[in-house]
Design a binder for this molecule. Structure first.
Ligand SMILES: Cc1cc2nc3c(=O)[nH]c(=O)nc-3n(C[C@H](O)[C@H](O)[C@H](O)COP(=O)(O)O)c2cc1C
Length: 170
């Protein structure tokens, strides 16, 4: 039997993959299946009612390259009835005008395809100018900054996973 939550992530230098592994651990045994988007197919999404989408922002406001390649495939997936949570890694100091844009780009597309977003996250404790990942003053998902605030990562993940357990109803 497949696990309840499919976590699809892309990574260039490993930071988003590390965060994905910590999220998997935090949910506990046999809940989360990790899927590298570079190896994924559209049918893999059909197996899960609960999804977590992880993507770093690259090249000033762009998706990580494997997500960039998969992006047109999202049009072939029906997300209706699925609860979808997002996380990203980014650099709020180096890229303050595009902090976490990738999360916002993916959330916009997947919501158009019927996904219901859960896991909104407050902007308190971050210092940046602008982001495509903002909705009504919150991030669309968990914003992680391993470049500048790696000391906060563990606590942020713990709090967000606790929130998701409630919002997913697990
Ligand atoms: C060339 C370059 C461009 C980047 N562009 C952005 C950006 O526009 N916005 C942002 O928040 N972070 C940006 N970053 C920071 C990365 O998103 C961050 O280091 C991320 O954790 C990398 O994740 P990965 O190791 O999973 O690929 C950039 C980093 C580099 C080196």
């Amino acid at each position: 039997m497949s696990k309840k939550i499919g976590l699809f992530y892309g990574t260039q230098t490993g930071k988003t993959e590390s965060v994905a592994e910590i999220i998997e651990d935090e949910f506990g045994d046999d809940v989360v299946t990790l899927q590298d988007i570079s190896q994924a197919e559209t049918a893999d999404f059909d197996e899960y009612q609960y999804l977590i989408i992880g993507c770093p922002t690259w090249n000033i406001g762009e998706l990580q390259s494997d997500w960039e390649g998969f992006f047109p495939e999202l049009d072939n997936i029906d997300f209706t009835g699925k609860l979808v949570a997002y996380f990203g890694t980014g650099d709020q100091i180096g890229y303050a005008d595009n902090f976490q844009d990738a999360m916002g780009i993916l959330e916009e597309k997947i919501s158009q395809k019927g996904g219901k977003t859960v896991g909104y996250w407050p902007t308190e404790g971050y210092d940046f100018n602008d982001s495509k990942a903002l909705r009504n003053g919150k991030f669309v998902g968990l914003a992680i900054d391993e470049d500048n605030q790696s000391d906060l990562t563990g606590d942020r993940i713990k709090a967000w996973v606790a929130q998701l357990k409630t919002e997913f109803g697990l």
